[in-house]
Design a binder for this molecule. Structure first.
Ligand SMILES: Nc1ncnc2c1ncn2[C@@H]1O[C@H](COP(=O)(O)OP(=O)(O)OP(=O)(O)O)[C@@H](O)[C@H]1O
Ligand SMILES: [Mg+2]
Length: 260
């Protein structure tokens, strides 16, 4: 359904932020994309969404290679935007309408020929996302967590086949994070969710893709063996160490838990 084939992306000649990354995700799979800051998660999701074109290799959607040319041909880009939703790591980058209602209605208005009962759909997805009481508000006046929920509702209202979510829990408190995990688990949609939160990762999918700091894909498979492999966790810079004081003694050791 979506695939990366030998994707290498350089931000300057000889400066790759993704190196020879290949994988395929089938219909209905829930995949977690793990990687430290700067490993290339956001860049990879943007490539899968056809917003960035890799230096070499390619991304595919339903078998079609994503290039500027294929996107222009035969309404493919419109179909891709309707069927594949990408949430940005910083929700502000997605919010630009005068009200939350317009924000959620924006996708169907732009991408659907006959949006049907738009009012009812917007209200239904706003309720699902817990933002029904905010429909008349300006998106800019919302809290970070509320913005995150609105940007999710704006994607869900299109009832996409694929959701690419870039650190969707970053601004959410524990209760909201639990809500999102439940929502994603029940959603009959192909999902790729990026995070660097090891405790959250198993909740977001059964399969994990791990980007190392050298921008290569170092793991693609079940999540449990990866979480048990301390050497590889350290190599991917996904665990932290910090100093502890026990009376006079000070020492440093690795922690698997997350800071948050
Ligand atoms: N348009 C760009 N111009 C220059 N450098 C870029 C650009 N986009 C990404 N980079 C660089 O590419 C690297 C990977 O960035 P990316 O945002 O994909 O990482 P990430 O894994 O999402 O990190 P984080 O966990 O911090 O969100 C970083 O070093 C970043 O500075
Ligand atoms: Mg990122």
């Amino acid at each position: 359904m979506i695939a990366a084939e030998r994707v290498t992306h350089e931000i300057a000649p000889g400066v790759p932020v993704l190196r020879d990354v290949s994988f395929a995700v089938g219909e209905g799979e829930h995949v977690v994309l793990l990687g430290a800051n700067g490993s290339g998660k956001t860049t990879l999701l943007r490539i899968l969404a056809g917003l960035v074109f890799p230096t070499s290799g390619c991304a595919r959607y339903d078998g079609t290679v994503l290039t500027r040319r294929t996107l222009r041909a035969g309404g493919f880009e419109r179909r891709l935007r309707r069927e594949l939703g990408l949430s940005f790591q910083v929700p502000d980058a997605m919010l630009f309408n005068p009200t939350v209602f317009d924000e959620i209605a924006f996708g169907p208005r732009q991408l659907e020929d006959a949006p049907g009962d738009l009012d009812g759909r917007v209200r239904r997805w706003a309720r699902t996302a817990g933002v029904a009481h905010l429909l008349d508000r300006s998106p800019f006046s919302l809290s970070a967590g509320e913005k995150q929920r609105v940007s999710l509702a704006a994607l869900l209202v299109l009832e996409p086949r694929v959701l690419l979510l870039d650190e969707p829990t970053a601004s959410l408190d524990p209760r909201s994070t639990g809500w999102l995990v439940d929502l994603l688990q029940d959603l009959p949609v192909t999902t790729v969710v990026s995070t660097h939160n090891l405790s959250l990762a198993p909740e977001l999918g059964e399969r994990v893709l791990v980007l190392a700091e050298d921008h290569t894909l170092i793991h693609d498979g079940p999540i449990e063996p990866f979480l048990a492999d301390r050497e590889r966790l350290i190599a991917a810079n996904l665990v932290h160490s910090h100093r502890h004081r026990h009376g006079e003694e000070e020492h440093r050791h690795w922690h698997l838990h997350d800071w948050s």
